[in-house]
Design a protein around this ligand. Structure first.
Ligand code: IPE
Ligand code: IPE
Ligand code: MG
Length: 234
């Protein structure tokens, strides 16, 4: 199903709140259903032979939402981290987390560390979860690391290049996304992987995240397979 061209899919999982609102339910109901979609899509990606799947679960800007919504999302995350590990292990999935992880509660951070550690040797698929993630902050942190190395005399200014910069990002171990999908009809990037998506194909679907499924993922992959990526060449 997937081609050699499609190793990495990155998804902006958006529209949980509107899904709930349409049904007269609290936003938390949308997040709960969204978490089920997440599980289905992780499973589907593995079945479709996707090597890397990066999911935008919570942005640095999302901290500004009501305390109640943030707390609800953090509790869902706690549940997910507890319940998913077994299936993830069985399926040979490696999990990594990217973002301003120090902003998360200590119990969540230690659970994440454990999962990263326990799944580190799995090689069927890498699931990268962007949590408390903001791409501008990621880029600023990379610049700080490089500046510090230069100040100590460990690198020369002339040594700074695209490869070195990429290696300072949270995503240093994974290839750039080939395809970015955003659900919910919004056509924006919302501070997601700004550096990494320089040449990614973009796909915007009106489907709200809780309604997204394997079938739609397959259709989008089919669309991707018909695109021509030129990278500036003719
Ligand atoms: C995406 O759904 C989940 C998160 C950002 C955590 P939203 O919560 O943004 O849902 P909408 O966009 O308000 O519908
Ligand atoms: C982007 O969705 C972040 C996640 C999906 C985690 P938002 O709902 O936060 O984005 P905006 O506010 O519509 O740009
Ligand atoms: Mg949204």
């Amino acid at each position: 199903m997937t081609s050699d061209q499609l190793q990495h899919i990155a998804i902006i999982m958006d529209g949980n709140g509107r899904w709930a609102q349409k049904r007269g339910l609290p936003r938390s109901a949308g997040h709960k259903k969204g978490a089920e979609t997440l599980q289905e899509v992780v499973r589907a990606a593995g079945e479709l032979g996707i090597k890397y799947l990066t999911l935008y679960a919570f942005s640095t800007e999302n901290w500004q939402r009501d305390a109640e919504e943030v707390e609800g999302l953090m509790n869902l995350l706690r549940q997910y981290l507890k319940s998913e590990l077994k299936e993830i292990q069985e399926k040979g999935v490696r999990i990594i987390f990217i973002g301003e992880l120090h902003m998360l509660a200590a119990d969540i951070v230690s659970q994440m560390d454990k999962i990263e550690h326990d799944t580190a040797k799995n090689d069927k698929m890498t699931l990268c979860i962007a949590l408390s993630y903001g791409s501008r902050q990621e880029i600023v942190s990379a610049a700080q690391k490089i500046a510090s190395l230069a100040q100590k005399g460990d690198i020369r200014i002339e040594d700074i290049d695209i490869k070195m910069f990429s290696d300072m990002l949270y995503t240093k171990d994974i290839p750039d996304p080939d395809l970015v999908i955003r659900t919910s009809g919004e056509q924006r990037i919302s501070n997601y992987l700004l550096w990494q998506i320089a040449y990614s194909e973009l796909f915007f679907t009106p489907t709200l995240w809780p309604d997204f499924n394997k079938q739609e993922l397959e259709k989008i992959i089919e669309d991707f397979n018909h695109r021509e990526r030129r990278y500036g060449k003719v």
